[in-house]
Structures are given as C-alpha cells and as structure tokens.
Design a protein around this ligand. Structure first.
Ligand code: SF4
Length: 362
C-alpha cells in the first residue's frame, strides 16, 4: 500500500499545567508520555512526591473551571478499573486511555458521567490494561455472539470518557492500543473502537492495525458544530482525517451526535451526509451511529454551571422522560419528533450512504 498523506492537524492542545503522580512516572508508558510532553514544549510539568493529586477545586468559580480544563494529570488508575464494564450500545467492554477532554462542547456528555473538577486524567498503566484484555475475548453481549453485530468480534471501546485524538500528540496512547490490538495473538476476533472530534491522525496511518481498529469521527450539522463545539477540530478537518485513515486501511465510522432538530435540520443534515459521502473512499468499510440529544438532571446542572450563557435547549417541558439503567432519568425528544428524525435519517442514509451500515439509532 502506498503511504497515505496525513492532513495537517487543525488544533493541538497544550495543557497549561501537568501533574504527574509518583507511580505514573515509574511506568514505562508514563515515561513515554513525559518524553512526548517535553517534545511538545509543555512547560509546567510537576512531578508529585506521592500519588495524590492536589485539590483542584479552587473556589468552584469560572477561573477554577478553566484552570481544571487546562490541566492534564498523569496518574495510575484504581485497580478496580481493570475489571471492564459493558458499554451499550457501542461495545462489549470499555477501557479508558484517559478521562476528561480539553474541548468545550456545550452539550458534553462527560458532564453527566464524571464528577469533580474537569481535568484530563491520562492513565499511565495502559500497558497493564492492554495486557488484561485477553480474558474478555469471546465474552460480552453487545456485539459478541449477536446476529446483527457478531461479525465485529469482541469489541473494546476506548473513548467512553475522553476524546483520544485530542490527546494523542501528548500521549501516543491510542497508537499504543491500536498496535497492541493489531499485533497481539488473540484467541478470537477483536475490535478496538474509538471516536473523536479531532483530526490529528498522522501518527496512526502507518501502524500495524490489521484492520482491527474502527476509528469513528463524531460529526454534526454545521449550525450545531459552530454554536456548541468550541475547541474541537472543524467538521471538515475530521472528515479529511476520516478519509486518510480509511485510505490507510482502517475500518471507519461516523457518529452523528447529538442530533438536534433545529431550524433547517433536514437541509443541514443532508449537507452533512453529502460531505461524508464525498470524504469516504470507494470500498471503505463505513458504519454509522446516530444519537439524538438527551440530558439528565445532573448533566443539565453541570453544563449550566460550566456554560451559563449557552443557548443549548435543555427544557424538560419540551422533552419526554425515559428511564435508563438503574432507573436514571433522561430527557429525550418526544415520540413524534423521534419518529420524524428516525424516518428521515433512515431514508437519507440509504440514499446518500448506501454502502454504510447503521449500527444503532438512539
Ligand atoms: S469533544 Fe467530546 S468529550 Fe470533548 S468536550 Fe466535546 S463532547 Fe465532551
């Protein structure tokens, strides 16, 4: 295969402050991240004497929020993290390269899932986590053994609580995971899955991925991306990155999320699907995941605090209540709106991306 040219990354985060715990600095991958931080010119790197992070809560004000968003901590995950959890509807299991993200999406789903100051924690025990995946192969209920998605093998989602490409220039963690999954001798078929709103794919194009990693790009209608996705790469950059990794032989995907029925939504999502169709090379293995916008009481409270001037609609009166796992309340669009959106997307996807496989709609 001839080398694929990498599109220039449109946005590379430089954390203002890095905290490194003692155990993290001792791990080989932790040392690799420290070297990359140095090469990236990150100045303020603090090696801690122990494993506790200092209190980063500050006064809980806007300045403390911004400081936390600009802080990266290199830590070792708690041992309980080695017991993997299922992650429906994406994958059989999830493991975490990191937790947190430097971008500022005003609907960010992390607001409802992570607690505490929004720093980005990178896990330095990645090698141990990767070595611990073998016993999960052949187990799982989301893709493994299912009629619809069994062909994907045992799936591992690596971007549940972070955006791996937002950090890749600083960590190289996604490349390490892709290489492990691509070269390890597994007892059955496996697939690594990651999703991103960034476009720095240069370090991924030449990896021995063996077609076992599906890289998905999270995309949205122009007005949603413009109004609500600050500090991410522009959608066209993400699509150029998708095109490059597909040409480098990766299975690819688009995650259209969160879908919002604003004014002109048919035209805007139609235009998005046309741009995706233009970016995907002929013969690429492309999947689509569709997620409508939803919020919980907890995510609304956190997002309102983080982005008080946001014009994101989070009006319970305009929504229907759904109960998730363990009875948690979610506010989703009413049934009629959902039906209209789903009908339109089903038709538009088969017309504009006829070779793509829709994995789920939610
Ligand atoms: S890119 Fe993803 S994880 Fe990062 S702020 Fe946006 S929605 Fe949240």
């Amino acid at each position: 295969m001839t080398a694929v040219a990498a599109p220039a990354p449109t946005r590379l985060w430089t954390p203002a402050r890095v905290l490194v715990t003692r155990s993290a600095a001792e791990r080989p991958y932790g040392q690799h991240v420290l070297e990359r931080l140095q090469s990236a010119g990150v100045q303020d790197v603090e090696l801690l004497r122990g494993d506790r992070l200092p209190n980063l809560r500050g006064d809980g004000d806007r300045a403390a929020f911004m400081r936390a968003k600009n802080t990266l901590a290199l830590v070792v995950g708690a041992p309980s993290r080695r017991r993997l959890q299922p992650i429906p509807p994406s994958a059989d299991w999830r493991f975490d390269l990191a937790e947190g993200c430097p971008a500022h999406c005003q609907y960010c789903y992390l607001a409802g899932s992570l607690s505490g100051p929004p720093i980005t924690r990178v896990f330095a025990d990645l090698d141990e986590v990767l070595d611990g995946l073998d016993p999960y192969v052949g187990r799982g209920a989301i893709t493994s053994g299912t009629a619809e998605r069994g062909g994907e093998g045992t799936t591992f989602e690596a971007s549940c609580y972070t955006d791996p490409l937002a950090l890749e220039h600083l960590t190289g963690g996604l490349a390490r995971a892709i290489t492990h999954v691509g070269t390890h001798d597994w007892s059955g078929p496996v697939q690594l899955r990651a999703t991103t709103k960034f476009d720095d794919v240069a370090g991924l194009l030449e990896l021995p991925h063996a077609g076992r990693t599906r890289l998905r790009f999270s995309v949205n209608a122009a007005s949603v991306a413009r109004r609500f996705e600050a500090a991410t790469s522009p959608v066209d950059g993400r699509l150029a990155a998708l095109s490059a990794v597909a040409r480098a032989g990766y299975p690819v995907g688009v995650v259209i999320a969160p879908i919002m029925p604003g004014e002109q939504w048919r035209e805007e999502y139609g235009d998005l699907l046309d741009r995706i169709a233009a970016a995907v090379p002929t013969g690429a293995d492309l999947t689509v995941e569709c997620i409508t916008h939803r919020f919980t009481p907890g995510s609304k409270a956190t997002l309102t605090e983080w982005y008080p001037r946001s014009r994101l609609e989070m009006d319970e009166e305009k929504r229907t209540t759904k109960r998730g796992r363990f009875g948690a309340v979610k506010h989703v669009y009413p049934k009629d709106t959902m039906g209209e959106l789903r009908g339109w997307f089903t038709d538009a996807l088969s017309a504009r991306l006829p070779d793509a496989r829709l994995l789920y709609w939610t």
